[in-house]
Design a binder for this molecule. Structure first.
Ligand SMILES: [Zn+2]
Length: 88
């Protein structure tokens, strides 16, 4: 249950209630999630180019931030695709 009381526009990186993970997108539905302490560029899929990368708040179904290691940011449709894939 989400008991977060922060405004949806806040990133919640220090939030103890929201589940937040980094992600890298390689294809239409090819999302890889990783813990916050792992750099985005640690994950790779052979012959696949990264399309987008950033952070995802599972409790608020919201992408935010950007990847410094990959120089990529979330795409507009990412949060909706992740929501459908994980039935968030
Ligand atoms: Zn929160």
């Amino acid at each position: 249950m989400n008991t977060c009381s922060k405004d949806p526009s806040e990133y919640c990186l220090d939030c103890k209630n929201c589940l937040i993970m980094k992600y890298v997108r390689f294809g239409v539905t090819d999302y890889i999630f990783l813990p916050l302490h792992v750099p985005h560029n640690y994950v790779s899929l052979k012959d696949n180019k990264q399309l987008s990368a950033g952070f995802y708040n599972f409790d608020k179904n919201k992408t935010f931030g950007h990847s410094e290691s990959l120089k990529l940011k979330p795409k507009k449709e990412d949060s909706e695709i992740i929501r459908i894939l994980f039935k968030v």
